[in-house]
Design a protein around this ligand. Structure first.
Ligand code: SF4
Length: 79
């Protein structure tokens, strides 16, 4: 989180969370490439997504991950 994010209020809760369907996910990894700041991969190549409510500054990355997923296994959900 940068000072600019704090000044602009992007560190505030977004009211959204990133959800994953582990059945649909095939561990292809495009989500982690599209959103490397918030999504990592485990040792088998499956994504580790942030738990709980996203900061406002992370919603853009999360949206890019959702669009990048060829299996539609990720989505944003209101909390
Ligand atoms: S891009 Fe989709 S299918 Fe690939 S690892 Fe991410 S969630 Fe799973």
């Amino acid at each position: 989180m940068s000072a600019l994010d704090r000044i602009l209020g992007r560190d505030q809760p977004s009211g959204q969370t990133l959800r994953i369907d582990p059945v649909e996910c095939e561990g292809i990894g495009q989500c982690a490439v599209a959103a490397s700041r918030i999504i990592g991969l485990d040792r088998w190549g499956y994504p580790i997504v942030p738990k709980g409510e996203l900061a406002s500054s992370d919603v853009g990355q999360a949206g890019r991950a959702v669009k990048a997923c060829p299996r539609a296994a990720l989505w944003l959900e209101d909390v």
